[in-house]
Design a protein around this ligand. Structure first.
Ligand SMILES: Nc1ncnc2c1ncn2[C@@H]1O[C@H](COP(=O)(O)OP(=O)(O)O)[C@@H](O)[C@H]1O
Ligand SMILES: [Mg+2]
Length: 285
């Protein structure tokens, strides 16, 4: 065992001051060993994945004596269908480590073009983050892993997880996080289903709409993300979209296929959603 660190102490510290949005908080707080997050683009999956690795970095500073004796280290992989996919999460943890002034060991490097492997090593090799591409299965064998981010998981083959990665988590009881936009009923869908199955105790899954990321989908949130407002600025309720309103909007569009713009009104309140480009294009010829 390594020193247990409460991730919230790190996220809330003034140096990091990371404020996850509600979807990210829900997944961070889940005790499940294997977590599956199915969500659209710009939901905050990469931001989340990179931040999950930060407490792991700090927890690896000092390892138990017997680990050092055996040359064991705490290694984490970011596995994408290509290196460039894994680079998104890598960039987040790389920048965090740089920002905090944690010294990186020789050999750490960031392939910014995403064409090859990127590596972070800290604390004399105690902690490692390595990007991997599912295109090169020969590279997918190595040390035991403490955790893995399977990013854009639906784009990799089933065997990437099943045959290569999963066995590497066995030694240390490592965790996995699978994030992706959905791609039909493939293996990622199966993992999502496992997460919903109450008998699969180690798995949990979430499906959340992208608009829950208020750093992208509200004005105040965008100002916070751009550093124009302090991180703890509350988001005005009127700027937030909520599930019920999206359902009303979808219904509205279903009932009148010609709808090209819709305003969904909360009873007695201000308009909440104004969709300008909800143009329904005819499908087929
Ligand atoms: N908790 C957060 N705090 C600040 N910005 C965030 C947060 N989560 C996501 N973002 C921002 O939202 C945008 C989309 O996030 P990203 O992680 O790239 O989404 P995804 O990987 O789901 O496409 C990025 O600009 C990211 O920096
Ligand atoms: Mg991403």
């Amino acid at each position: 065992m390594t020193a247990a660190i409460d991730p919230w102490l790190i996220y809330d510290s003034p140096q990091v001051a990371w404020g996850p949005h509600p979807s990210q908080i829900e997944i961070l707080d889940s005790p499940a060993r294997h977590r599956v997050w199915c969500a659209g683009r710009r939901t905050g999956k990469s931001e989340f994945g990179g931040h999950v690795l930060l407490p792991e970095c700090l927890a690896s500073r000092v390892l138990p004596d017997d680990w050092a004796k055996k040359g064991k280290r705490r290694e984490f992989w970011i596995v994408g269908d290509e290196y460039v996919t894994a680079e998104k999460e890598f960039r987040v943890i790389w920048n965090l480590i740089k920002h905090l002034g944690i010294p990186m060991d020789k050999g750490s490097h960031y392939a910014i073009d995403g064409k090859s492997q990127s590596v972070i090593s800290c604390w004399g090799g105690n902690f490692k983050v390595v990007t991997q591409s599912a295109k090169y299965p020969d590279n997918l064998v190595g040390e035991a892993l403490c955790g893995v981010l399977m990013v854009e998981a639906a784009k990799s083959k089933q065997s990437t997880w099943q045959k290569y990665i999963r066995p590497m988590l066995n030694d240390y009881g490592g965790w996995s996080i699978h994030t992706s936009t959905p791609e039909g009923k493939n293996h990622f869908y199966d993992k999502f289903e496992m997460g919903q199955d109450p008998y699969q105790k180690e798995w949990a899954s979430w499906r959340m709409p992208a608009w829950r990321n208020h750093f992208v989908y509200t004005e105040t949130g965008r100002d916070i993300a751009a550093g124009r407002l302090p991180a703890d600025t509350p988001i005005p309720v009127a700027e937030m979209t909520v599930d019920a309103h999206v359902k009303v909007l979808l219904n509205e569009m279903e009932n009148s296929p010609s709808t090209s713009a819709a305003t969904v009104i909360r009873p007695g309140a201000v308009p909440l959603i104004v969709v300008q480009r909800a143009v329904r294009r005819p499908v087929g010829l």
